[in-house]
Design a protein around this ligand. Structure first.
Ligand SMILES: C[S@@+](CC[C@H](N)C(=O)[O-])C[C@H]1O[C@@H](n2cnc3c(N)ncnc32)[C@H](O)[C@@H]1O
Length: 285
């Protein structure tokens, strides 16, 4: 499908813009979001071609701001189709309702959702500190039928969608949706309770790492730590993240070791999103 679209675009457009756009093209439910070039006629031609090629797409937006702010949202401008930012996205046998402008959502995290869900053991207690509309939380609860997830987000719109998504997917009795700051909630309600903590907010992960440790049981558990890392061609972004995290964890005086570490995705020239699985083996100092 993508090859067909690329061929059609190549016939319609000069090569530069279509190559740029193609690398940053996301489909969420029946909405496509492209990184638009300055030339809006080019953007509209691409949008039209996307709708002709992908029959399920009802709307094409241009992303006109970076993902920004506390809620990690972006501004969108309509290029073609119906002007609605609401959609339903299917992933891993689950359905996610989302407003793509008022909430964070990325189909590019689907591998991570699965990778983490596959690691959950029966009856684990999970704290998802930055849950968005609940993708990790719902997929984990669906994959592991005895697991309970405390699923936190600070964005009231994402929180409402998270509640809806737990109901649609039949996991509302085991995914507890919570609105607020993850650090505050952990400090007041969720100290020493978790077998596993998810930190899918690279911008705040290092700052919030002590709160993640606080949430873990005294006997320890796993933290899935996401970060953004700059690395030259000679540097290893995962190793750079590891060094930063070692520095922080050593200040907490806990015992820990590292499991998997990987690049989640390339986010710009020499920039990467990384993930580290950290096993805390004891919180006793
Ligand atoms: C990158 S998104 C999460 C993506 C989500 N886990 C997924 O898989 O789709 C980060 C989320 O963290 C939320 N957030 C930002 N600061 C927060 C805080 N201090 N406490 C809780 N949630 C926060 C944002 O509202 C946003 O929804």
């Amino acid at each position: 499908m993508r090859v067909r679209l690329k061929e059609k675009l190549a016939a319609r457009l000069p090569p530069d813009p279509q190559t740029h756009i193609y690398s940053s093209f996301d489909i969420i439910g029946d909405i496509a979001i492209i990184k638009a070039p300055n030339d809006s006629n080019v953007a509209k031609a691409i949008a039209k071609q996307i709708m002709e090629t992908h029959k399920k797409i009802q709307t094409v937006y241009a992303q006109t701001s970076p993902v920004e702010g506390n809620h990690r949202t972006r501004k969108l401008t309509l290029l073609a189709g119906q002007n609605t930012t609401h959609t339903k996205h299917k992933e891993a046998g689950c359905i996610f309702c989302v407003d793509v402008e008022k909430c964070y959502f990325s189909p590019r995290l689907s591998y991570e959702h699965q990778r983490v869900a596959q690691q959950i053991l029966a009856q684990e207690i999970v704290v998802n500190m930055f849950a968005g509309v609940g993708c990790f939380s719902v997929i984990i609860a669906k994959t592991s039928p005895q697991t309970k997830v405390y699923s936190i987000d600070i964005n009231p719109v994402a929180y409402q969608f998270m509640i809806k998504n737990t109901h649609i997917n039949g996991v509302e009795s085991r995914v507890y949706s919570l609105l607020g700051d993850a650090k505050e909630l952990i400090e007041t309600q969720f100290e020493n309770i978790a077998d596993r903590v998810l930190m899918p907010l690279p911008e705040k992960a290092l700052q919030y790492l002590p709160a993640a440790v606080l949430a873990l049981k005294k006997t320890g558990g796993w933290i899935h730590y996401y970060d953004f890392e700059h690395a030259t061609n000679k540097e290893n972004p995962v190793e750079k993240t590891r060094l930063k995290v070692i520095d922080k964890l050593d200040q907490l005086g806990i015992r820990y070791s590292f499991g998997c570490g990987r690049i989640v995705r390339h986010t710009g020239p020499n920039w990467y999103q990384t993930v580290l699985d950290i096993q805390v083996t004891s919180k006793d100092q």
